[in-house]
Design a protein around this ligand. Sequence first.
Ligand SMILES: NC(=O)c1ccc[n+]([C@@H]2O[C@H](COP(=O)([O-])OP(=O)(O)OC[C@H]3O[C@@H](n4cnc5c(N)ncnc54)[C@H](O)[C@@H]3O)[C@@H](O)[C@H]2O)c1
Length: 335
Amino acid sequence: MTSLLVTGAAGFIGSHFVRYWADAHPDDNLVALDALTYAGVTANLDAVRDRITFVHGDIGDTPLVSGLLEQHHVDVVVNFAAESHNSLAVLDPGRFFRTNVLGTQALLEAARQVGIGRFHHVSTCEVYGDLALDAKEAFTENSPYRPRTPYNASKAGADHAVRAYHETFGVPISITNCANNYGSHQFPEKVLPLFVTRALDGAQLPVYQSKDNRREWVHAVDHCRAIEAVLERGRVGETYHVGTGDEASVEQLADLVLDELGRGQELKTTVADRPGHDRRYLLDSSRIRQELGWEPTIPFEQGVRDTIRWYADNRAWWEPLRDRSPVTENDWSRS
Ligand SMILES: NC(=O)c1ccc[n+]([C@@H]2O[C@H](COP(=O)([O-])OP(=O)(O)OC[C@H]3O[C@@H](n4cnc5c(N)ncnc54)[C@H](O)[C@@H]3O)[C@@H](O)[C@H]2O)c1
């Protein structure tokens, strides 16, 4: 039996991971830690509530975390906890650096103190900065870090802290840098659930002026499977990219939502770009495919259409959440 501490477990991907792991590894012990910021949703863990231990707490609280690591004989930490919304980072950058950099360092410190078996850190493609829309290359694990926004810079800082704890103190770490995720249970401030929930209410979909800017998309469950592959077969101290090669622009995403829900083009409205809005990210994920045999399993268009249907069928999940977000996309045109 392995004992895991999963941080940020009440968020979008963290809760997918806890539900996935509880089903795939029923004999393992799961401790789910979350500070329950506006983005943490305890209902995301309802399906596994009787199979996990949930702890309300902050990754920055080293005494709390080292106590949990000892009490539950934790072998593996998987760190999803973060402030994750790029738009909020423009309005309140300080909280991003506090949680994503200093919080990760405090968590590393607790892991170092108890001699953890593995510290896996969940990161993003956004640490590399952006690519030109017509660029032929993709980011590799050796690309230089060139973050352009406070969120990206704070995630980059966390990655550096994780590597420093490996090189300096020998903490057995691994890192995954993943493309944009989609799936059920994503907080309705993020672009796909924002578009779906607006369209369901017959409200406007705010499409950024640079509507051809595009992202690489991966289903959250395929991301969880990639982390599982790294934990089981990955090399300690290594970084693995997680991507699909499936790129879609913000406008293509809006069109898919409108098509699936049978709504008209008049719901699209153009809004000013967020400051520092990146043009494009694309990861070279050949390392995880060749070394660990990971492949995405959920086809992009089908996965997105199924996700749209999930939001349509689960209004009771998202309706109470949408007013909790501290920022609305329409703000940029007024700021
Ligand atoms: N969503 C994506 O497309 C994507 C892509 C690549 C990487 N990531 C990374 O994956 C991780 C999870 O992202 P997400 O989309 O699920 O975000 P999310 O905002 O849905 O979830 C983050 C969770 O962390 C919790 N949290 C915040 N501060 C905390 C703290 N100090 N201590 C403990 N818990 C805290 C929140 O309450 C929330 O439940 C993040 O590290 C993010 O950078 C996300």
